[in-house]
Design a protein around this ligand. Structure first.
Ligand code: DGY
Length: 428
């Protein structure tokens, strides 16, 4: 059964490979997505390390001059997706793309692939990627911390990768949609609308895109002009972890001159996390930089604190209590939002469903912090979901129903790299 699933996962990656880059799934997402591609590389690395690195190299082909790596690269026009390059106002670029980024998991994955490749292998290619990753992390430090406190802000919910998280509801309600051009969604033609963001979310998404386009996507201007500016614990934890991995690569490859800058970013992000700690909740949450209000729910990314290297018991003890409480409420860990919160919906995208890639990062952090029992619960639940519902985009934490797109690349990739019981493929 697991061997069959391993073979199926490999065939999904090969089938979604459009030649040097991989789409998340056919129809719903016909382009190259940023963090999807990086996780896909982890999956390829279990059977083809050259192809794995090629996936990451191809993503960096779309890097902007200011260092930003876009969240979508529109390599070939495809009318099955909205919003495409025209809506973003980037059709005239050499590589049309969206105008903002996504969680920077590249340095972490590149380090993992490089270290498991064996002495000397892939070194020249990783060396070539290093300055590109530096430039991307510098872009986050320069343009996504407008108040200089060390937490990473997003200018669009899509930048977090967790599009319709209940924590975005309050800041999104302030986004004015007057005058946005009429548009037709394509996502709801591919997937049950009950599993996707609502129409009002899309109207607000497009209002933020219009504000960015009006600034020509100049990073500094966009941060000032965006009607949405929220510090996100997810991207903050992920960047903190990625900076630690970038520093490890710098030491290994002799980029010593870059170390002080990276260490400065790490220290600042560690301080920035303090602002995102909600003491009443006992978890890190979002912080609306326009109103100063903290989010009120425990989302799955709160459990990324150990992944980011947090070892403070004042953080880890309440997190364990949340984990055990939530584990008593759902059949499958880890729901993207707290099932005890009124915003929870078990099948609607990021308002409750389990996502295999987030589980992978949570388990990786738990293992590294020594919590093998909870890490194994997360892995075993992910494996049960795949066995129950296949390689779906996301899953109900309540009954395991597979939802969203099917034959999904990143679910297949983290199966191969981690969730599969086949020990040769266990990364965590
Ligand atoms: C979508 O189209 O749903 C994507 O999540 C945006 O990145």
């Amino acid at each position: 059964m697991s061997a069959d699933l391993d073979a199926l996962a490999r065939s999904i990656l090969k089938d979604n490979d459009l030649g040097g880059y991989t789409i998340p799934t056919k129809g719903l997402y016909p382009y190259q997505w940023n963090w999807d591609s990086i996780f896909v590389a982890l999956g390829f690395a279990t059977f083809d390390q050259d192809r794995a690195l090629e996936e990451i190299e191809s993503l960096f082909e779309g890097q902007w001059d200011d260092g930003m790596v876009p969240h979508i690269l529109f390599r070939k026009d495809d009318p099955s997706y909205f919003p495409g390059p025209d809506a973003w106002g980037t059709s005239d670029r050499a590589m049309p793309s969206s105008g903002h980024s996504q969680p920077p998991v590249a340095a972490t994955v590149v380090r993992e692939i490089f270290e498991s490749a064996g002495e000397g292998k892939l070194e020249a290619r990783v060396r070539a990627l290093f300055p590109k990753m530096m430039a991307w992390h510098r872009w986050f430090a320069t343009y996504r911390d407008p108040q200089g406190h060390g937490s990473v802000a997003i200018i669009h919910p899509w930048e977090s990768g967790r599009d319709n998280l209940p924590d975005w509801d309050a800041p999104m309600s302030a986004v004015d949609t007057t005058g946005i051009p009429a548009f037709t969604r394509k996502d709801t033609a591919h997937v049950d609308p009950e599993m996707r963001p609502r129409q009002i979310d899309y109207e607000r998404y497009m209002a933020i895109v219009a504000a960015g386009r009006a600034c020509g996507w100049n990073a500094r201007k966009v941060t000032q002009a965006s009607p949405f500016l929220v510090a996100d614990p997810g991207i903050t934890f992920i960047l903190l972890r990625a900076n630690r991995d970038l520093a490890a690569l710098a030491r290994r490859l002799g980029f010593d001159a870059d170390l002080p800058e990276i260490e400065g970013w790490i220290a600042k992000l560690e301080r920035g996390l303090e602002r995102l700690w909600n003491p009443e909740l006992g978890a890190h949450t979002t912080l609306d930089l326009k109103t100063g209000k903290l989010g009120q729910g425990v989302s799955s990314v709160a459990f990324l604190a150990p992944y980011a290297g947090v070892r403070d018991e004042a953080v880890l003890a309440p997190l364990r209590a949340h984990f055990d409480r939530i584990a008593g409420r759902v059949d499958y860990m880890v729901p993207s939002y707290d099932p005890d919160h009124q915003g929870f919906e078990h099948l609607r995208y990021w308002r409750g469903p389990v996502w295999a890639v987030v589980n992978f990062m949570i388990a990786r952090g738990l293992t590294q912090a020594g919590d093998h029992t909870r890490a194994e619960r997360v892995r075993a639940d992910t494996a049960r979901l795949v066995k129950h519902s296949g390689f779906a985009e996301y899953f109900s934490p309540v009954d395991g129903t597979g939802a969203g797109g099917k034959s999904f690349s990143w679910t297949a990739a983290v199966w191969l790299a981690w969730a599969s019981p086949n020990p040769s493929q266990r990364a965590a």
